[in-house]
Design a protein around this ligand. Structure first.
Ligand SMILES: [Cu+2]
Length: 407
């Protein structure tokens, strides 16, 4: 009798464990990347498939567990005779083949239907190109008639946050500059791999304004875990304001300010990799020259984030670090849809500026986010990621003052 009880203890423990895990998973309140809470058409199509499959699988699991537990208890070893050994029970075997086959057939038919529905792109209303980088995402909006009334006339390049108009069928053209990444905003759609040399499409549509986070889901190197992303959905008016903001003329820093010194620092130390649209230098003869970044000369990847309007975003370096203080971030993420847009368009205000993280980044970026295995490793004279530039605290003060005005 004792041995029997001991042999039952293990399955009972396992069952208890599974039950506890299910209950605890249900308790997770703050789950911003919950695929069971779709916030757009495509995610809903996936949810409509995954729910019935999940519930069916759950019922099958319960039936199997019940059968196993029943058999374990009813036929447990009481020292009885070995029962008669039989072989084969055709009707049962056929039944147990047909039932799963029918279930799988249903799942298969609806899966294929959903896959085709998700691939639909012929009614696209807006196009954004998405490029995976080690370890951040670049978004560029080509000039186009779509996205908003009047279309986008000046191309926009941004990073970290994908801003889209709500209730609009947005088509992403996804590719990668280096290794394979995978783009995933769980509440808006499934995953799509970003593969160098390939153009993969993914449809995205958000029901209402808000911010939806995600993360790279294909192991892509050292800082894979620090390659996050966010999609920001704005109503038509706010999206128009965002576009106008991103394409407005450059506002030079006011003369003799800390920010003006920062502008000079930026031209000296940063502009070889980072573009700030509209930034120019004027020489002694009054000749104005645009400052153009040349990341392909300095970066193995050939690119670095465009910093034109850094403070219109809420995060940096692969959406990993916050430009907003925790309180302001909380307020933005929890804003009701009708107030979200106004709050997002404020960008990073001086009161909400999470200065410490950006300072740390400028002090020593690779210490904050590993980008190569050896300190300031160079390949063919080029860096991987952002190097430690050994700036002084004074230079950092100036740069931060300059960057804070970039919006
Ligand atoms: Cu990645």
């Amino acid at each position: 009798m004792k041995t029997v009880r001991r042999s039952l203890r293990r399955p009972a423990l396992a069952l208890g464990g599974i039950a506890a895990a299910v209950v605890l998973a249900g308790c997770a309140k703050n789950a911003p990347q919950d695929t069971f809470r779709p916030a757009g058409e495509n995610a809903r199509k996936i949810d409509n498939l995954q729910r019935p499959v999940f519930y069916t699988a759950g019922i099958v699991l319960l039936i199997v567990i019940a059968a196993v537990v029943f058999a374990m208890i009813k036929y447990r070893d009481r020292g009885q005779e070995m029962p008669e050994q039989t072989h084969g029970k055709p009707w049962l075997e056929i039944l147990l083949t047909i039932i799963p086959a029918v279930i799988l057939l249903f799942v298969g038919v609806f899966t294929v239907k959903t896959v085709f529905a998700l691939a639909k792109v012929d009614d696209t209303q807006c196009i954004v190109n998405v490029t995976g980088q080690q370890w951040w995402w670049e978004y560029d909006y080509p000039a186009q008639a779509g996205c908003m009334p009047g279309g986008i006339t000046t191309p926009i390049v941004t990073s970290g946050e994908l801003v889209i108009p709500d209730q609009t069928k947005v088509l992403l053209h996804i590719t990668s500059r280096d290794v394979i990444h995978s783009f995933w905003i769980p509440r808006l759609n499934g995953k799509r791999d970003a593969v160098p040399g390939r153009d993969q499409t993914l449809r995205m549509e958000a029901d209402q304004p808000g911010i939806y986070t995600g993360q790279c889901t294909e192991f892509c190197g050292l800082s894979h875990a620090r390659m996050r992303m966010a999609a920001v959905s704005l109503n038509a008016d706010d999206f128009g304001t965002w576009v106008a903001n991103q394409t407005k003329a450059y506002a030079p820093a006011e003369k003799d300010t800390l920010a003006a010194q920062g502008e000079t620092q930026f031209i000296t130390n940063c502009s070889r990799c980072h573009q700030v649209n509209g930034l120019t230098t004027t020489d002694a003869n009054g000749v104005v020259t645009p400052v153009l970044a040349n990341p392909d000369q300095y970066e193995v990847s050939g690119s670095a984030p465009n910093l034109t309007d850094l403070m219109t975003r809420t995060t940096f370096a692969g959406a990993t670090f916050d430009l907003l203080t925790p309180a302001c971030r909380e307020r933005l993420y929890n804003a009701p849809p009708d107030q979200f847009g106004k709050l997002y368009l404020q960008g990073v205000t001086p009161e909400c500026f999470n200065e410490g993280e950006l300072r740390d980044w400028l002090r020593n970026a690779p210490a904050k986010k590993p980008m190569y295995s050896a300190e300031n490793e160079k390949l063919d004279g080029k860096y991987r990621g952002m190097p430690n530039l050994n700036l002084t605290e004074n230079q950092i003060d100036q740069l931060v003052a300059y960057l804070l005005e970039r919006k």
